[in-house]
Ligand binder design. Sequence first.
Ligand SMILES: [Zn+2]
Length: 235
Amino acid sequence: MKCKYCDQDLPLIHSHIVPEFLYTSLYDSQHRFLILSNADKKPFSLKQKGIRENLFCETCDKKIGNYEDYVAKVFKGGVGLTMSDKNGLITIHDIDYAKMKLFTMSLVWRMSISSHEIFSNVKLGPHEDRLKQMITSENPGTIDDYSCVSFILYDKGELVKDLISMPEIVKSQGIRVCRFIAGALIWMIFISIHNKQYEGRKWFLGFDNKMFIRKANVTDFPFIVDMAKRIVNKR
Ligand SMILES: [Zn+2]
């Protein structure tokens, strides 16, 4: 079968779409996690480790894996980074922009090429090929290309570790954004290369060579409250 990364006819690996380190905290509890969905569907309950699909050959899977290894280390504190935490904002001062950015771009691209139901809302149209070109040529673009912002989620002062949402495309200031919750973060990856006017650009990944993670409460986000209500109503 054709590898989606290098387009060569090679044996494909059963690759994950969202890397496992984003789920790790969940496995520690019940080895089962619930995925919130805004659609009129039952919430997904997945017992297997992550969501896997035959997308890439071994070599290409490793290339993507390199970005993931870096990001996993960032979140687990395995790389020496200078971080500050003040006024509700976590700043990572010396982030490797290219690696982090290519990771976020590859994440949304993989969601788009996946045929798994959980990613059915993420269809990128012409941006799919554009992203593929940038990722395969290891070009992270500028901070305004497929920009990324993130929030870390708290509920009554506790970090929310046990929440994953079905990725969806929403509009933010008129721009299409892929939004999902994983690894205690809300990820917002812009499906656009025209984000210069975005209010909040100063929090884009890579602005001033930094990464910013804003602290937020689940109740700050009506979409989370709505998703939770749907689940309660269906039980
Ligand atoms: Zn390949």
